[in-house]
Design a protein around this ligand. Structure first.
Ligand SMILES: [Zn+2]
Ligand SMILES: [Zn+2]
Length: 287
């Protein structure tokens, strides 16, 4: 039984469409795969429609949240949310709030650039965005490419849009405590992603994980390509201690990163534990 519970499609920053992701998961010999795009469920329907016999689909998302780091400060954490009802009131409200925040942030950055004479118009940018798209810096970057200010999106980030640049506005993230509550209230199950992947940036302490577990977080991702042996051992011990679900996943992004589907896997009894806790939506099999 091969189970991979953390993958991305073109619904966020992966390169496979949801249908291609499913086809590749089947080709990789997986028995179950989760689609966990960043802050969106927009790939769920296409993934479900593409599901072949023999492959189970776990619908999920990877939420970017703000968490106390356990050292007196804050850091960004990623919370995997599985099998929640996307139409639950709290989820819909959260989504609308995050979407409005992203649009405000984009408008502020574009406005600052326009003041300095760059040919970007915040109102125009927002008007052109599809209703449910994730507004962000790439949209300003593409406008700069279109206007001939830079030749690539990467160049726009390097010169103007990175977090050290003068036009940068930090995003305001949902507190992780409130995301756990939202997902739980929508019948979902939360698992803290790559908690000890130190080279990705600041991480939380074990004490924070204990607190989040106390708030209803169900599990931790133990086997992740960015975890070294020591990180895995510490997380496994912590999970055993706190009676948390342990998962293993590839964090596949298509050709964006060199991670293979099924590179890390989750034990069947752990997926059973997730399914047993969830009351939002079911694991899907091809009909
Ligand atoms: Zn992540
Ligand atoms: Zn991810």
């Amino acid at each position: 039984m091969r189970i991979d519970l953390h993958t991305h499609s073109t619904a966020s920053d992966g390169t496979d469409s949801p249908a291609e992701l499913i086809a590749n998961a089947a080709a990789a010999g997986l028995d179950a795969v989760a689609i966990t795009d960043h802050d969106t469920t927009s790939g769920w329907a296409e993934a479900r429609a593409a599901l072949p016999a023999g492959l189970r689909l776990v619908r999920g998302a990877e939420l970017s949240c703000r968490s106390p780091d356990g050292r007196g400060g804050y850091c960004t954490v990623h919370l995997l949310a599985y099998l929640f009802d996307p139409d639950a009131e709290a989820v819909v409200a959260d989504h609308a709030r995050a979407r409005a925040q992203r649009r405000r942030r984009l408008a502020t950055m574009a406005g600052r650039m326009a003041e300095d004479g760059f040919p970007v118009d915040a109102d125009e940018l927002l008007a052109e965005l599809p209703e449910d798209s994730t507004a962000g810096r790439p949209h300003i970057a593409m406008a700069l490419v279109k206007a001939g200010v830079v030749s690539t999106v990467d160049e726009a980030f390097e010169r103007f849009l990175n977090d050290r640049g003068r036009y940068y506005v930090p995003s305001s993230r949902t507190p992780v405590e409130s995301s756990i509550e939202t997902i739980n209230s929508a019948g979902g199950v939360t698992v803290l992603a790559h908690a000890f992947a130190h080279h990705r940036g600041p991480t939380v302490t074990a004490e924070v994980i204990k607190e989040l577990a106390g708030l209803g977080m169900a599990g931790v991702e133990v086997d992740h390509p960015d975890h070294d042996a020591e990180a895995r051992a510490r997380l496994r011990a912590l999970a055993e201690d706190l009676d948390l679900i342990m998962t293993g996943s590839s964090d596949y992004h298509g050709t964006n990163k060199v991670l293979r589907l099924g590179q890390e896997t989750t034990a069947p009894e752990m997926l059973d534990a997730i399914a047993a806790r969830a009351t939002g939506v079911e694991i899907v099999t091809a009909s």
